[in-house]
Design a protein around this ligand. Structure first.
Ligand SMILES: [Zn+2]
Length: 201
């Protein structure tokens, strides 16, 4: 469940990520309907309607995650899902990469630190979209970065002085960018990377 928007009292317009489509569906309010929220993993039925331009969401069954009762993990997953929704805002047909990535995250979340997992997953997304810059060249001044590499939004590499922010050691970023492994980075660095992810995909 990528997004829910309340319309007319308690009805909802929802956006759902599936393997090959981002669906926009209408859900009529019903007292016996189960509660749904962003980040939920659901089974459902799409009801075709003749008159309405928007199809209906029916028979929603939530499939619980193993980490559902871990508030911090659920919150981080929700933030990541909301960023994903914004990223896919104009999308309807979609590569299965995105669904598979979200599913993989949901399966690994229980046994991983949530922010590490999400930072690594974000690097996978950047690579898939051809936006992962592994070279040490500053995106602002276009000169080589010799010392630490600072990162801007979308993990664009820059000189520390060009973006006025503290950089990361090259070996640490190299391992993250090539192997998608965050193990050389300490918790403070992961927090900094997570803050950059939060600027938007
Ligand atoms: Zn520079």
């Amino acid at each position: 469940m990528l997004n829910t928007t309340k319309v007319r009292d308690e009805d909802l317009i929802v956006r759902i990520l599936t393997q090959n489509e981002v669906l926009t569906l209408y859900r009529f309010y019903g007292a016996r309907h189960s509660y749904i929220n962003v980040g939920f993993y659901i089974d459902f039925v799409v009801e075709e309607t003749y008159k309405a331009t928007i199809k209906r969401l029916r028979n929603v069954v939530q499939i619980p995650f193993s980490f559902m009762f871990d508030r911090q993990k659920m919150l981080d997953f929700k933030i990541f899902t909301t960023l994903m929704n914004k990223h896919l805002i104009d999308v309807s047909k979609i590569d299965s990469f995105y669904y598979d990535l979200m599913f993989e995250i949901s399966q690994k979340m229980e046994n991983r630190d949530s922010k590490r997992l999400l930072v690594e997953s974000y690097v996978k997304l950047l690579e898939k979209e051809g936006r992962l810059h592994k070279e040490h060249k500053c995106f602002l001044c276009e000169r080589e970065i010799k010392d630490k590499v600072a990162l801007a939004r979308a993990f664009l590499p820059a000189h520390e002085r060009c973006v006025m922010s503290e950089g990361f050691e090259k070996e640490k970023l190299n391992l993250l960018f090539s192997e998608k492994k965050s193990l050389l980075l300490d918790d403070n660095e992961i927090q900094k990377l997570w803050s950059i992810v939060n600027l938007g995909f």
